[in-house]
Design a protein around this ligand. Structure first.
Ligand SMILES: [Zn+2]
Length: 299
């Protein structure tokens, strides 16, 4: 059994998983020290990884998934919006020095996509499109088990795909970007609430209680997601589209509207093959995917 460790370095939490074959054997979670300098962050990641390999004689490969841009060789962070201390930092070599084992970095959307495609909701499909919605929005395509890399190791800037010309102003300067409408903050904003994860969560609870306004916001969310998936499915021709990230917890309230939009708008030859599903692997999907990417990079 090939073992590897994966780390999902997020803005609020650092999640690590030890993967043995296809099974998550153990996990560790730490709050992200947002103001720590880069060296201190590397110390913390290395210490957490050491906990997971405690009883292993051989050094285990480590994969680290990050929500940002990486250099061409995936050794250095170019830009990480929620942890600017890491900008320009050679994270892979810093961790290799500390752990004496091979380290590979990747985009967090790729890690989640590879995990869902190989171990989760996309198992058995040749082409899986993964859309992750939480505090941001990302997407990745896995073909034949591997992430497709078109630009900065991703399929492109799906977060800024224009969905609605009249929508909210995005940080990129454009109106109606997928991320500014569909992220947790964007969903809250469309409901007239202050944009936050907490507000999006309260809309989920209110929908579960049958609140009409909350249900309508989730229906609108499904329609907007349907438009995004319609465009991406037309380009990438996936068999399965998996929706992951924190917002996917509320999938029962928005996925049917998205599926209905696809049914109405996809051309017949695509409609017959595209299946829309909620992610299966939960909170450690990114970490598990990072471990799979480390196994592959090492082997
Ligand atoms: Zn934008």
């Amino acid at each position: 059994v090939t073992a590897a460790i994966g780390c999902d370095l997020g803005g609020t939490a650092i999640k690590l998983a030890r993967l043995e074959g296809r099974r998550i054997a153990s996990t560790v979670e730490r709050p992200t020290p947002k103001r720590a300098p880069a060296g201190r962050l590397a110390d913390l990641l290395a210490a957490a990884a050491r906990e997971l390999r405690a009883k292993t004689a051989a050094p285990l490969p480590l994969g680290v998934a990050l929500p940002g841009f990486l250099d061409a060789a995936r050794r250095r962070v170019v830009h990480l919006s929620n942890l600017p201390a890491l900008d320009g930092f050679p994270l892979a070599s810093a961790l290799e020095r500390r752990l004496r084992s091979p380290v590979v970095l990747d985009a967090d959307s790729n890690a989640g996509a590879v995990a869902e495609a190989r171990l989760g909701a996309g198992r058995g499909a040749e082409r899986v499109l993964y859309v992750t919605i939480g505090s941001g929005l990302g997407a990745a395509l896995v073909a034949g088990g591997a992430a497709v890399r078109a630009s900065h190791h991703t399929i492109g800037q799906v977060a800024h795909f224009p969905l609605d010309g009249g929508g909210a102003l995005c940080r990129c300067g454009q109106r109606g970007c997928a991320e500014s409408l569909l992220s947790a903050g964007g969903i809250a904003r469309r409901a007239g609430l202050r944009p936050s994860k907490l507000a999006a969560h309260s809309l989920w609870e209110r929908a579960a209680e049958g609140d009409g306004h909350a249900l309508a916001i989730w229906m609108e969310t499904g329609l907007l997601l349907g438009k995004l998936v319609r465009a991406l499915a037309g380009l990438f021709n996936p068999e399965v589209v998996v929706i992951g990230g924190g917002v996917a917890g509320a999938a029962e309230f928005f996925l049917p509207a998205a599926a209905a939009h696809l049914e109405r708008t996809l051309p017949r030859h695509l409609r017959a093959r595209v299946r829309l599903k909620a992610a299966k692997l939960g909170r450690f999907a990114g970490a598990a995917g990072a471990a799979l990417l480390a196994q592959e990079h090492d082997g």
